[in-house]
Every structure is written in structure tokens, then in C-alpha cells.
Design a protein. Structure first.
Length: 261
């Protein structure tokens, strides 16, 4: 009988030892399935070059830039005596500390904001147009809201007139179109002067071409940028006219300078 118990005891011990040994055997890698961390769409985004959305310290140059990546913020800063053409569609544009520059822009869904600029000329279509600490700025604009000026003087305004290839797509991307009322002439002055008017409207016959010299016009033409009112996506309007003006207003019509007095 004692031998039987010893045999059973030895058998149970051997089974326990085998189980213990099995527990320490590593899992073979040959039949295992490799596990990789999940990859999400936002992990695949490529970094963009921020410099393509910025122009700084341009002096005495003709600059043309068309954006491949649309709907971004763009900044123009510290430029002097330059012609700057930037096409595409934008979320917003800031123009800071520029002097004696002519700036022609693609449509902007949000704001075009000029700060601390002087003696500049701007062509822009936007949702909102604002200036602060500016003087002697001529603005050819399409604006879905009232243009506003603050601590700015000697400001001149005229209706937007611009055409270039792909402009209709840029307007669509910026969610602007000719059905939106152009409020370019409804200027709101946050800091009106009691001594003189800070802004005025240019006469209806005044055109973009009047403010560009021969070389500047040639540079625009070379990039297929024109200012013909008949070709412009936005109809020309003016308070001095009973109807929208075409490229050639009637010869017997007289236009007067209009200001906010």
C-alpha cells in the first residue's frame, strides 16, 4: 500500500513541475502577429512652410505670389515702395507698417486689417475691412460689411474692380459673390474729427489704372491681372450713379467728389 501512495505522490509532483516549467516557456515569436500603434489621418498631415504666408521687409520690388494652400491667414509687414500682388483665397490678411506700397489681393473670407500704414494703395474683396493708425490710404474694395477706420485720416475709397484667371474659384472659396451687397461706401469712423473729414469717396470715373505707373501696369498684365470694370466679377457701384456703372459711363454725366460731410 505504501508503494502505491508513493507512486501517486511522485506522479502528482511531476505534473506540477511540468506545469511550472510550461509557465516559464516564452511564447514563440515565429507564429505571433505583430501589433502596430494605430495611425490617424491627422498624423499624416505634412508641415507647411509658414514663410509662404508672409511677406516682410520688401523694399522697392515687384512681388507676385499665388497660394496653393487656400484659406490661410496672410501677413504683409514692413514693406516700402513696392508693388505686391497676392492671389488665392484667404481667411484674413494683416498689413502692418507699410509705406508707399501698392497692394492687390485675392478675396478674403474674414478681415483685411491695415495697421500703421501710410501712402498705400489697396485693392481687396473681403468680409470686413478695417484700418487703424493709418493715413493717405486709397482703398478699392468690395466689402460685405461697413468698412471701419480708427485713428486714420486722409482715407480714400472706391468700388472694387479686378479680374484675373481663377478669381471666380477664389471668390467661391472665400464664400464671397456678386449677390452680396457691396457696402464699400458706407464708411464707419470710430474716431471722427471735428476739424476735418477723415475720409472721402473718389469720383466714379476714378480707376485703379490712375494709381499705377507704366511699369506697374505692365507687371500686372504679365500676370494676367486687369482692372477693367466690364470684366470684374463684382459690379461697379457708386452713390453718384443711379445704376451700376459699366466700363464707359455716359459722356454727358457729371460726377462730383463725395465725402462724409
Amino acid at each position: 500500500m505504501g508503494n502505491v501512495f508513493n507512486l501517486i505522490k511522485n506522479w502528482i509532483g511531476s505534473q506540477s513541475e511540468d506545469c511550472a516549467n510550461d509557465a516559464t516557456i516564452p511564447i514563440s515569436c515565429g507564429n505571433s502577429i505583430p501589433i502596430h500603434p494605430p495611425v490617424y489621418s491627422w498624423d499624416k498631415k505634412t508641415e507647411t512652410d509658414a514663410s509662404q504666408f508672409r511677406l516682410e521687409n520688401v523694399n522697392g520690388q515687384f512681388i507676385y505670389r499665388t497660394l496653393v494652400i487656400q484659406g490661410q491667414q496672410f501677413t504683409i509687414e514692413g514693406c516700402r515702395r513696392s508693388l505686391i500682388l497676392v492671389t488665392g483665397s484667404f481667411d484674413s490678411i494683416f498689413v502692418d507698417d507699410c509705406v508707399d506700397c501698392k497692394i492687390i489681393l485675392g478675396p478674403v473670407r474674414g478681415s483685411v486689417f491695415l495697421r500703421s500704414c501710410s501712402q498705400c494703395f489697396v485693392v481687396s474683396a473681403c468680409g470686413q475691412f478695417r484700418t487703424r493708425d493709418c493715413n493717405e490710404i486709397t482703398c478699392y474694395i468690395f466689402c460685405a460689411s461697413q468698412p471701419s477706420i480708427e485713428v486714420s485720416y486722409a482715407m480714400k475709397f472706391q468700388c472694387f474692380s479686378l479680374d484675373y484667371p481663377g478669381q471666380s474659384d477664389d471668390f467661391a472659396n472665400a464664400r464671397l459673390n456678386s449677390k452680396i451687397v457691396n457696402r464699400w461706401s458706407e464708411i464707419f469712423d470710430f474716431t471722427p474729427s471735428t476739424l476735418s473729414n477723415n475720409w472721402r469717396l473718389l469720383p466714379a470715373e476714378d480707376r485703379v489704372e490712375n494709381h499705377l505707373d507704366e511699369l506697374e501696369l505692365l507687371h500686372c498684365i504679365n500676370h494676367q491681372i486687369t482692372f477693367n470694370r466690364n470684366l470684374s466679377l463684382i459690379p461697379f457701384t457708386h452713390p453718384a450713379l443711379n445704376i451700376s456703372a459699366t466700363d464707359d459711363p455716359p459722356g454727358n454725366t457729371q460726377y462730383e467728389m463725395i465725402d462724409n460731410s
